[in-house]
Design a protein around this ligand. Structure first.
Ligand SMILES: Cc1cc2nc3c(=O)[nH]c(=O)nc-3n(C[C@H](O)[C@H](O)[C@H](O)COP(=O)(O)OP(=O)(O)OC[C@H]3O[C@@H](n4cnc5c(N)ncnc54)[C@H](O)[C@@H]3O)c2cc1C
Length: 881
């Protein structure tokens, strides 16, 4: 075993082996995988081996597609078969709602390059004759599904990595991890210590334990800075990372050989396909001459909820048929052919999940060169993509794709052990349930609350979870239960939100905005630091700017409101969900000389926003300074007492109207809210929630972070032109942005008015245009920088798909083509229009003609028209008044 390597990968499951392979392939060959036992000694060996491309997040779906494409490559390099069976599969819908869900998934597939097809239950039965098709209303066929040999595949990755020069050390447990003052790592193992520049946690079932091993040796200099005195070193050693990951027991059963299966194979010359049955929470497929059937049961059970035993390995857990009996009952009704078969074996094994079922990948914020690739619940669908993204990140400094959906930074400190336990159980038991666009999930709530929580409940607020914080979404009328009726269509919140919007637009409204991210950047180097990170000029003292942040590739990685609060002090507001993501970037670029300090407030700073034509009159009653139009201008920042409480006030609101954001310590929030409510009475003040706020931003054509603005778009594509000051100084990504401007963006973000019926867009719907010109590929970009899908040219196609023709993907229909995709939208209540935002080829972005566009909502193509000017206050007169 070497004593020094560039990177140590901990864990020899399918994910660790994939990471090792991809690192070696990217040119890092001085790397070592350390496995505590034999390869596949965690969950990898007993997996059912199924794979598919479909995922709720289109960007994760892309990486799953890459994984499937990769198998041929690793088989060739390693000489080891993965026993790939590309059978295709169907998802069966038993209700109209589930059929709507499939229509949405199918529509997404139009620009994802997926060949899904909506088919009838009878067509599904022809491919899987063991089903009783009368239980279903429809189905979706996906040709890129199948199964493989999990152990063979893991070995194939490992052999391919070894051929490229990587070292694998078996039967050697990593027992401790210590970061040295220079950022490198001492990886302490049973066989000695390995010094490494990078450490990757691919510990699968033990990923949590590996996170907890992390300790940082603090240099003496840092001790002084941290005010921790003599104990700093010990505190540093105690750092530990509690990753939000939990193992769940999972069962599948294998039947004895079945004559029906053998007969089907013989008569058709084909294997039976995979089937996913939402109602029964069942997946099933052919395994040898019998059937494999697995369930995601409601009565699910975590495994080793606090500590994973180190002596667990190649054993299975005792089966518990009672727990899965309700699913089996439905399964046998839906697939009567299986009920008759004898059960040969029941497998019960643990595997890991993060809160939302997607992996945890990337560098852990606050640590140097400590990487994660864990909580991969579908290692054989996702392992390749995870390995590719992580190796890009480590070797090239960025993942190469929009990996937000699996970024380890997407959960905050609130996602501790108990929170994770509740959310993972909820996620597991809902694995095959529909998540409606207006559905808030209840587990582990309330986690964080502001001082106004009880008041909001008393006001009949329907609360939502905003990055772990309870936030008012809308207010139900008095006497009505404050509860969403979940639906793909307009629902019971439609009327009340309309009222909130109208009252705000015509009088004045107040809403809680504690869920925004808030930071303070200070120090002698603060302005220079921000000028280097942001595309816009920094404001003068007392003024505010809006500014995107881009990476070296010229792609959008942030969108902020920045106020200069003092000579060397800036206040920053951004997207709450991106707090760790952004802190990671800020910390990476912080000057080493200590000239800049950055502080994330989280919930130590909370906020209220008042908006509407009467908002100034209202605020004036609460402050002792002049806030007339001239004295406190649009985009001014001022510290002032509001209702007697020390506050920071921004003259800006996301409603796009006259309005203010008022920020204060939580201890003052009740006081300020009460003052606003009391003073607001004479102006007809209403409470409004996040949904009304989002409706109002739509009629102003304002974008949102993580919807319209994501790391797959350039700033000019995102129509953020006026915030990109190429001439100001050399900021990160300037060169790439200048190139995008010079060449002209390929895409443009636009707003549409949609002729919708009783359902508005939700995001990810295809945009059709009646155009003669082929705009080339309509596939949504997923990566940035140079394309890094090495084998992207060789797409895997199932038996039903015709070779590569775009018509197969359903992107051409006569003169109509899919030219783009929706990012978000909804009903703009004040202008009374259904609106959508999305991306189309730049050449079409200014064309407001009627009859040119259609947007597919729940399987129906609805006429849509580009709307360049915001329908509400297009000149910004009200906002500036
Ligand atoms: C019953 C069942 C059915 C499944 N079916 C499917 C399926 O059909 N399709 C699919 O894609 N996925 C399926 N899965 C999930 C799949 O098994 C996992 O996604 C996958 O195994 C995760 O791989 P991993 O490498 O992250 O973790 P693991 O396989 O758990 O590997 C982690 C490795 O790290 C090693 N390790 C841990 N700590 C240390 C340490 N301190 N020092 C050294 N080594 C260490 C362990 O020994 C282990 O070998 C199934 C799982 C189960 C249980």
């Amino acid at each position: 075993m070497k004593s020094h390597v560039k990177a140590v990968v901990i864990g020899g499951g399918v994910v660790g082996c994939s990471v090792l392979y991809h690192l070696a392939k990217a040119g890092w060959t001085d790397i070592m995988l350390i496995e505590r036992s034999e390869l596949t000694s965690g969950s990898s060996w007993h997996a059912a081996g199924g794979f598919h491309t479909l995922n709720g997040d289109p960007n994760v779906a892309k990486l799953q597609a890459y994984t499937v494409q990769l198998y041929k490559e690793i088989e060739e390099i390693s000489g080891q078969s993965c026993s790939l069976h590309l059978t295709g599969g169907v998802m069966m819908a038993d209700t109209p709602e589930r059929m709507d869900f499939l229509r949405l998934a199918h529509a997404k597939g139009r620009y994802l390059g997926m060949d899904t097809e909506l088919i009838t239950p009878s067509e599904a039965k022809a491919m899987f004759p063991l089903m009783d098709e009368t239980n279903f209303v429809g189905a979706m066929w996906d040709p890129v599904e199948g199964h493989l040999d999990p152990s063979g595949t893991t070995i194939a990755y490992s052999k391919a990595a070894k051929k490229l020069g990587a070292e694998i050390v078996l039967r050697n447990r990593v027992v401790d991890l210590t970061q040295q003052p220079d950022g490198t790592w001492n990886v302490v193992t049973e066989q000695g210590t390995v010094h490494a520049e990078h450490v990757v946690n691919c510990g699968g079932l033990w990923a949590r334990e590996i996170g907890r091993m992390v300790g940082v040796e603090l240099p003496v200099l840092a001790m002084e800075h941290m005010y921790l005195g003599l104990w700093a070193r010990e505190i540093g050693r105690m750092v530990g990372v509690e990753l939000p990951v939990l193992a769940m027991e999972h069962m599948y059963l294998l039947t004895e050989p079945m004559p029906e299966v053998e007969e089907f194979n013989k008569s058709t010359g084909r294997e039976m396909i995979g089937v996913l049955d939402f109602k029964g929470e069942i997946y099933t497929r052919q395994e040898r001459n019998g059937i494999l059937l697995g369930t995601y049961e409601k009565a699910c059970k975590p495994w080793s909820p606090v500590n994973t035993p180190w002596d667990f390995g190649h054993e299975l857990l005792p089966p518990d048929l009672d727990r899965i009996a309700p699913s089996l009952e439905i399964g046998f009704k839906h697939f009567p052919g299986i009920e008759k078969a004898g059960i040969k074996q029941i497998i019960n094994g643990p595997f890991t999940f993060a809160l939302d079922g997607n992996p945890l990948v990337g560098p852990v914020q606050g640590l140097t060169n400590f990487w994660c690739a864990c909580a991969v619940m579908a290692g054989f669908s996702q392992g390749g993509g995870v390995g590719l993204a992580l190796s890009n990140w480590m070797v090239h400094g960025d993942p190469g794709f929009d990996v937000w959906g699996m970024d380890v930074a997407r959960f905050g400190e609130w996602a501790g052990l108990r929170y994770t336990n509740a959310k993972v159980r909820e996620n597991y038991s809902r694995r095959f349930s529909i998540r409606f666009p207006n559905e808030e999930l209840p587990a582990a709530r309330p986690a964080q609350t502001t001082p106004l929580y009880d008041t909001m409940l008393a006001n009949n607020a329907v609360m939502g979870d905003s990055w772990g914080l309870e936030t008012p979404l809308w207010f139900a009328p008095k006497g009505k239960e404050p509860k969403d009726i979940v639906s793909f269509h307009r629902s019971n919140d439609f009327g009340p939100i309309g009222e909130e919007v109208r009252a705000t637009r015509e009088r004045v409204g107040v809403t809680e905005i504690a869920n925004f991210a808030k930071y303070e950047v200070s120090g002698l180097g603060a302005e220079e630091f921000l000028n280097r990170l942001m595309t816009n000029r920094m404001p003068k003292t007392g003024r505010i700017v809006l500014t995107p942040m881009i990476n070296e590739f010229g792609k959008l990685i942030g969108d902020f409101t920045i106020a200069k609060a003092g000579e060397d002090r800036f206040m920053i507001w951004g997207s709450s969900a991106a707090q760790k993501y952004h802190m990671r970037w800020f910390e990476k670029h912080l000057p080493k000389d200590g000239s800049v300090r950055i502080h994330r407030f989280d919930q130590t700073l909370v906020g209220l926003s008042i908006a509407g034509p009467k908002s100034r009159d209202l605020l004036q009653k609460l402050v002792d300074v002049d806030i007339s139009t001239k004295a406190f201008r649009f985009m001014d920042f001022r510290e002032m007492a509001v209702g007697g409480a020390p506050c920071m006030v921004n003259r800006i609101t996301y409603t796009g109207d006259l309005g203010y954001e008022i920020w204060m310590a939580p201890a003052y929030e009740r006081l300020v809210y009460k003052a606003i409510k009391d003073a607001g009475e004479e102006f007809g003040l209403v409470d409004f929630g996040m949904r009304a706020l989002l409706s109002m931003r739509l009629e102003k054509n304002f974008p949102t972070w993580f919807r319209e603005l994501r790391p797959i778009y350039g700033p000019f594509e995102g129509s953020m032109d006026r915030f990109i000051k190429l001439e100001k100084n050399d900021f990160i990504g300037r060169e790439a942005a200048a190139k995008e401007q010079a060449e002209g963006p390929k895409l443009r973000r636009v707003s549409f008015i949609v002729d919708a019926a009783d359902a508005d867009v939700m995001g990810d719907e295809p945009i059709w245009a009646k155009v003669s010109k082929d705009f080339g590929t309509v596939e949504k970009p997923h990566g940035y920088g140079a394309p890094r899908f090495d084998n992207a040219g060789e797409e895997v196609r199932g038996s039903k798909a015709a070779e590569g023709a775009s018509a197969v993907r359903g992107i051409i229909d006569g003169d109509w083509r899919v030219v783009g995709w929706v990012t978000s939208g909804g009903y703009a209540h004040y202008v009374q229009k259904s609106m959508a935002q999305g991306y189309v080829p730049a050449a079409l972005a200014d064309d407001e003609s009627a009859g040119l566009f259609e947007i597919e909502i729940l399987g129906h193509r609805r006429p849509a028209r580009i709307n360049v000017e915001a329908p509400f206050d297009p000149s910004g007169e009200k906002m500036r008044s």
